[in-house]
Design a protein around this ligand. Structure first.
Ligand code: ATP
Ligand code: MG
Length: 288
């Protein structure tokens, strides 16, 4: 079942094609978006979140065409959105800020609204800090306030632009657990630079490169792209497209392994690096 359908979407900024003919069917569950800086992830998420209109193409969310006013209204009522760089009223407390967002989301009943605000702030571990001013919170805590406002009302469509950026390891784990629960019955679109978040969280992953879909499939299928192409050795081999020294002091390499190499099981990161790190391969259509 398709929840959000993106068809032939294009968006240019001056001479730059931020999105250059993007087709994706997002299904219920957690969908990850990977891609290097400038690949078009934020542009795509902003378009689906109805913040910005595409130049060409169309987006349907749960059957509603978001190019129409009615479609945008329906979508916004179903939506929780974490922008990459949210603006805060820094003199607000975390509670007042999330409460303010809840008011904008038409939560009229004060008691029910305050219960919901406390619920979402507790779910991101801010029970103790919720009455502090946002200006006094750490960067990671502010990120969690921003995540909390996106969770108000358990939205059917949850769009999170780099939710784990700046979170400490414990909070990243907590976020994974939280999202596992929040995603039940809803559709989550999240962008990240953390391939281990994708492996741990996402049912599906889309890789964007230079405004185009370079891959769409499961994390396992992305990892499998690097099958038979990842090996370790004590020194760097000239046949490696990419190589780096691991914490064990071995050189992990991706490319064409020489005969007799020690092949290792590829990870999501290996598959992603193989796609993103090798411009010559970008024309290959690897979408299953
Ligand atoms: N408002 C804007 N005005 C001009 N150019 C823009 C604007 N927004 C995005 N771009 C350009 O569009 C391209 C895609 O940007 P986008 O922010 O979507 O990338 P991204 O994949 O989210 O990158 P990052 O990983 O750094 O967040 C970039 O070349 C960027 O410079
Ligand atoms: Mg971005």
């Amino acid at each position: 079942m398709t929840a959000v359908q993106v068809v032939a979407v294009e968006k240019r900024f001056g001479g730059v094609a931020a999105l250059d003919g993007v087709d994706i069917d997002f299904t219920p569950g957690i969908n990850g978006l990977l891609g290097p800086n400038g690949a078009g992830k934020t542009t795509l998420l902003r378009i689906v979140a109805t913040v910005m209109a595409p130049d060409r193409g169309r987006v349907e969310a749960f059957g509603a065409d978001i190019s129409t006013a009615q479609g945008r209204l329906t979508t916004r009522r179903n939506l929780g959105y974490l922008p990459q760089e949210p603006g805060f009223h820094r003199h607000f407390s975390a509670f007042d800020f999330v409460d303010y967002v809840a008011i904008l989301k038409e939560w009229g009943d004060r008691k029910a609204r305050h219960d919901e605000v406390r619920r979402v702030l507790s779910s991101v571990g801010l029970e103790a800090e919720m009455h502090k001013r946002i200006s006094q919170l750490s960067g990671g805590m502010r990120r969690r306030v921003a995540i909390a406002q996106a969770l108000i009302g358990s939205p059917k469509l949850l769009i999170l632009d780099e939710p784990t950026a700046g979170l400490d390891p414990e909070q990243r784990l907590r976020f994974r657990e939280l999202l596992g629960t929040a995603a039940a019955g809803s559709t989550v679109l999240l962008s990240t630079h953390q391939t281990d978040d994708v492996a741990a969280l996402c049912q599906r992953v889309v890789v964007l490169l230079e405004g185009r879909v370079a891959f769409s499939g499961t994390p396992g299928e992305l990892a499998a792209l690097a099958g038979g192409r990842v090996w370790t050795a004590t020194t760097r081999d000239p046949r490696a497209d990419l190589a780096w020294v691991t914490s064990e002091g071995m050189v992990r390499q991706i490319g064409s392994p020489p005969a007799g190499s020690t092949l290792v099981d590829p990870t999501v990161e290996d598959g992603y690096l193989l796609l993103a790190g090798n411009p010559a391969d970008r024309t290959a259509d690897v979408t299953p």
